[in-house]
Write a protein that binds this ligand. Structure first.
Ligand code: UT7
Length: 331
């Protein structure tokens, strides 16, 4: 049987920084409020001509190079994004594949918002374990600034742009395998975090849609409460199911939505500070890109070593959530 190994990680952040002080000139907020309520100090914003696929391409180049897999051996690419280059089609995955010259491989996007990267891992694992694919490039890429209402202070302070990518490859070595992945959703909470306009579910006519701008809307406080409740249960469940104690986790890499959510979940697992990966202060919430960006931050610091056990967790629009137990298994 083939197992799925998490071989490599890469990320990319746009160069433009948007600080809390700059945001406080755009909406009625302060650096103090944002820092206290979210832990965020600044976030990155992509240039006007820099598309989601461009961010994904840069992250993917690093992940491919670090995996030791030749680009010609990649047989599938999946991209998680809520800010695709194009509405409906073509998928951002096909754009990235073409920009990377990957040839005529299977390529598609998934929509699971901030949980996108955990969903990607579960899909890649299933394709590899079934024997259908061998080397899968997964990309979480977001240009959230393009779907953001910069008059909505309850939402715009939280988000930023960026991308992360990883190579998931077939292996015969069980110790290298991704241990488990949980994915879940509940559409009853769809209205907590959504882009209400622009799709066929929209009741607006074309002119109203244009005026509404098809921006993201979030009921932050309700989302916060469901996130803490749901994530805490999910990470406890995945650890119990696999008989793994939280002390065995080398890196807890949560979705970087808000420091207070991360702290609540980390405390529930009795994690030590050095186990918890935090990038929220410098990048904010980059939705489906946040986990691989945070993982690459640890890698770039030289702290992600072969065999390290990672616990990932994420929560986002849908609502969706998930967690994964992943050993880092470079070649
Ligand atoms: O990534 C996918 C999932 N998303 C999340 O997990 C997001 C979860 N939510 C959050 O991170 C937090 O709910 C926010 C950071 C968005 C908001 O923090 P909060 O502590 O839940 O604040 P709140 O919405 O309960 O608002 C508290 C007060 C309100 O004023 P009143 O009614 O108490 O007078 C808001 O109007 O803070 C006010 N407020 C602000 N004040 C200054 C809301 N946004 C701001 C702001 N600056 N940017």
């Amino acid at each position: 049987m083939a197992y799925a190994a998490f071989r490599s990680i890469g990320s990319y952040v746009p160069s433009k920084i948007l600080t809390n002080d700059e945001l406080s000139k755009m909406v009625d907020t302060t650096d103090e409020w944002i820092t206290k309520r979210t832990g965020i100090k600044e976030r990155r914003i992509a240039a006007k001509d820099e598309h989601t696929s461009d961010l994904g391409v840069e992250a993917a180049k690093k992940a491919i190079q670090r995996s030791g897999v030749d680009a010609s051996e990649i047989d599938m690419i999946i991209c998680a994004t809520i800010s695709p280059d194009y509405f409906c089609m073509p998928s951002t995955a096909t754009v990235i594949a073409t920009k990377l010259g990957l040839g005529k491989i299977t390529a598609f996007d998934i929509s699971a918002a901030c949980t996108g990267f955990v969903y990607l891992i579960s899909i890649a694992k299933a394709f590899i374990e079934s024997g259908m694919k061998k080397n899968i490039l997964i990309v979480g890429a977001e240009k959230i600034s393009a779907i953001m209402d910069y008059t909505d202070r309850g939402t715009c302070i939280l988000f930023g742009d960026g991308a992360g990518a990883a190579m998931i490859c077939a292996t015969q070595i069980k110790q290298e395998a991704i241990i488990d992945v949980h994915t879940a959703s509940d559409g009853n909470y769809a209205d907590l975090l959504m882009t209400p306009n622009g799709g066929t579910g929209s009741v607006h006519d074309a002119l109203e849609q244009e005026a509404a701008g098809c921006f993201m809307q979030m009921k932050g406080n309700e989302t916060f409460k469901v996130a803490v409740r749901t994530l805490t249960k999910d990470v406890i469940d995945i650890l119990e199911k696999n008989s793994i104690d939280s002390s065995a986790i080398k890196h807890f890499i949560p979705h970087q939505a808000n420091y207070r959510i991360i702290k609540a979940v980390g405390d529930a697992l009795k994690l030590k500070e050095e186990q918890v990966v935090l990038t929220v202060e410098k990048y904010g919430n980059t939705s489906g890109a946040s986990i691989p960006m945070a993982m690459d931050d640890v890698y770039e610091q030289g702290k992600l070593k072969k065999g390290d056990l990672m616990l990932l967790d994420a929560f986002g629009g849908g609502l969706t959530w998930g967690s994964a137990l992943v050993p880092f298994s470079p070649k």
